[in-house]
Design a protein around this ligand. Structure first.
Ligand code: ASP
Ligand code: MG
Length: 437
């Protein structure tokens, strides 16, 4: 069985939903994970925001606009009046439920329930459409099997056990439709896997049912070898190692949520990235075996701050790095890149909320210098150090660019550079020119 996930834009209109239906109705048994229709989750966040601020009118106005959008969609989606009527009933009941939150004090729990409505709506309407066109589909309720534990980590045993139970209740269906993103938490309350979490749902379900393959359908033809917004003529990478894909997802390839890779990787299930606009394009296959000794792609991550701590005390001392790291830990700020010398250490962070406090504390250990508005450019591929010349090729490509930090050897799959954001476009193009032309 395959697991296919379609994102918000893929189900963002009646026309797109019909395209998805064409794609999935091929007689093969599958689980289809859907996001909320594009724009919906953002609207629900806004709605919640109004309710937190106790601006009931603002909230209701926002939600009524969204409701009308759904009525417009179903006019186009269904042709048989009975289905159209049924769809109206579904929409009305979901939006009446949403409006009911304006009557009491709004809490974090309420917000989670509100956010879940997006995926509950998209799946209900899509399933109804499949019914109208006579397909053998069933709704698989994610809230009955997706669960996160006390640390907000997915409870994989629970998920596997309970999705099996749900599937057994409605056996032998060709198409199972389920909600991405939403889950219950340890206490049984409605929760979610964080924004963009539908990819994660697909990967978790894929692992739980031991799927043949997990497919993530978006509107791009796979992971590209460079950022198409800055570089012309980028191409999709045909095959990536799980490790390479994880690096790329974190470092900026927006196509895939970074957390999504892990469950698939642990269960050794390939992930294929495909394009709903161009369904026959090969896309990108993410698997345990990438291409050996090959540089595959370049990605960049913006909004990085570099911090250098210089100290004579670091010379021949032990425990210095621990003290430095402890400061970052105490301000819950993850470190991305790190480079060291005998008298100094540089780190980069992408969350500079606590920067002032961090710098203040670091001054106890040495002279602190901060560079803001930096970018991490990362080159991803299979690059074991025995493979002579790969890193030289990469470094040479940036010979014209001022480089603040270089990180190599942390894994076999990544060489990262920290540069000024004004040099980003030049650096990405220079790398494409040198590595892929
Ligand atoms: N609908 C959710 C969001 O917009 C989850 C997703 O689309 O993956 O974040
Ligand atoms: Mg998404």
């Amino acid at each position: 069985m395959k697991v296919l996930k379609f994102g918000g834009t893929s189900v963002g209109s009646a026309a797109r939903m019909k395209e998805v239906a064409k794609l999935i109705c091929d007689g093969e048994q599958k689980i289809v994970v859907l996001s909320a229709m594009s724009g919906t989750t953002n609207s629900l966040v806004e709605f919640s925001d109004y309710l937190y601020k106790n601006n009931i009118t603002g909230g209701i106005e926002r939600i009524n606009v969204l409701e009308q959008k759904y009525y417009d969609v179903i006019e186009e989606l269904y042709t048989i009046p009975a289905y159209n009527f049924e769809a109206k009933t579904i929409i009305k009941s979901h939006f009446d439920y949403l409006r009911s939150f304006s009557k009491a004090v709004f809490t974090l729990f309420d917000e989670k329930a509100v956010l879940a409505e997006g995926e509950l709506l998209s799946t209900a309407l899509f399933h109804l459409y499949l019914q109208e066109i006579g397909e053998d589909s069933a709704l698989l309720p994610a809230l009955e099997f997706m669960r996160i534990d006390k640390n907000s980590e997915p409870d994989t045993n629970y998920i596997a056990e309970n999705i099996a139970k749900q599937l057994a209740l409605i056996p032998d269906k060709k198409i199972y439709i389920t909600q991405g993103f939403i889950s219950r938490n340890f206490y049984g309350e409605i929760d979610n896997l964080q924004r963009g979490g539908s990819d994660y749902t697909a990967s978790l379900i894929g692992a739980a049912v031991v799927a043949d393959e997990i497919q993530i359908w978006t509107d791009i033809d796979g992971m590209h070898n460079n950022d198409p917004r800055f570089v012309e003529g980028t191409k999709p990478v045909p095959v990536l190692h799980f490790e390479e894909a994880a690096e790329l997802a974190y470092f900026g390839a927006k196509i895939l949520h970074p957390t999504c890779i892990l469950p698939a990787k642990l269960a050794n299930i390939s992930v294929r990235l495909l394009n709903t606009m161009e369904p026959s394009a090969p896309g990108t296959l993410i698997t345990t075996k990438g291409k050996n000794g090959k540089i595959e792609a370049v990605a960049a991550k913006d909004g990085i701050t570099a911090i250098k701590i210089k100290s004579g005390r670091m010379l021949l001392a032990h425990g210095f790095l621990r003290k430095v790291f402890e400061i970052f830990e105490s301000y819950q700020t993850p470190i991305d890149m790190i480079t060291t010398s005998e008298v100094g250490v540089s780190v980069s962070i992408d969350n500079a909320k606590r920067l002032d406090e961090i710098v203040n504390d670091l001054k106890k250990f040495g002279t602190v210098l901060v560079d803001k508005d930096m970018v991490i450019v990362c080159v991803v591929g299979d690059m074991p150090y025995e493979n002579v010349g790969l890193q030289a090729q990469v470094v040479n490509a940036l010979s014209e660019i001022p480089v603040r930090m270089i990180s190599y050897g942390g894994s076999n799959y990544n060489i990262s550079f920290l540069i000024k954001s004004e040099d980003k476009k030049r650096a990405l193009n220079a790398l494409s020119q040198a590595l892929f032309n």
